[in-house]
Design a protein around this ligand. Sequence first.
Ligand code: ATP
Ligand code: VIB
Length: 279
Amino acid sequence: MPEIADLSSEGNNESCHSERGFDGAVHLGSYLLYPSEQQAVTSWPAGKELALIILNQPIPHAETSLLSLLWARADHRICADGGANRLYNLGKKVGTLGSYIPDAIVGDLDSLQEAPRAHYSQLGTDVHRMSDQDSTDFMKSLWYLDNVRRAGKLSEDCIVVVLGGLGGRLDHILHTLKVMFNNHLKRQVVTISDENLTLVLPQGKSKILVNKQVDGPTCGILPLMGESVLTTSGLRWNLDRYPSTFEGLMSTSNVIDAPEVFIESSIPVAWTSEFKPMP
Ligand SMILES: Nc1ncnc2c1ncn2[C@@H]1O[C@H](COP(=O)(O)OP(=O)(O)OP(=O)(O)O)[C@@H](O)[C@H]1O
Ligand SMILES: Cc1ncc(C[n+]2csc(CCO)c2C)c(N)n1
């Protein structure tokens, strides 16, 4: 059976690195945002839902069409606490205050400012306080999404796109990665930051579709859970059943050399590639 992140069809058991009969997980990466109409496999998968989480960091690529694309595509939109301040300030600046209304603002709400709180709650946003001090507002936002799903308002296998979270404070950055790993069997979390698009590849075979217009050239495979035995193709520096660890060999500053990258890993690893959205 394909992995949970799989968005395409099952294959047979031919080699991981041949396109025909690929039997692993297919990762659409930036094709989630810019599907190519020419390639059937990259068009938005029927029935696939998207949840958007905006964290309390400068909204990445706010000057491009990225946010409006994501907003239009999203089935549920959450601001993690102070993320609502970011959306509000952007809205004031570019005149979208009335059009980008999040479904919920979630967190301990110690960062949420009065003006965004009043503005969004008056327009129907659920301002949802969870006050525990053992979990971050990012985790709280994902729990909130679980409730939305349990209420039948979002599909089980929705993709979560996170804006921010891989810039700023190092403890938050590592926490974001940790949460992505902890969630990867349940749902695919794709994090977009100023320079990167990052996702967790499950154990086994993965194929990442590359859109040269926006992805790369540089990329990295980060074995943050321990030793990963890696086999890759489609990269400038490929590995063949090579043990990769954080303290030993870790593939950083690699380069994408093909429209599809194949990675087989013995444990989950983070894939990160440079990402420059279209204007
Ligand atoms: N300086 C930062 N660097 C990176 N990410 C951040 C930073 N500040 C906030 N975030 C992200 O935005 C989310 C919401 O942030 P919030 O405004 O509540 O700040 P916080 O009180 O520092 O966060 P938390 O309460 O989650 O620890 C955080 O959970 C985190 O994922
Ligand atoms: C061992 C341990 N370390 C740090 C925190 C602090 N903390 C972690 S998440 C969070 C919420 C932030 O809004 C806070 C305050 C803790 N609770 N336990």
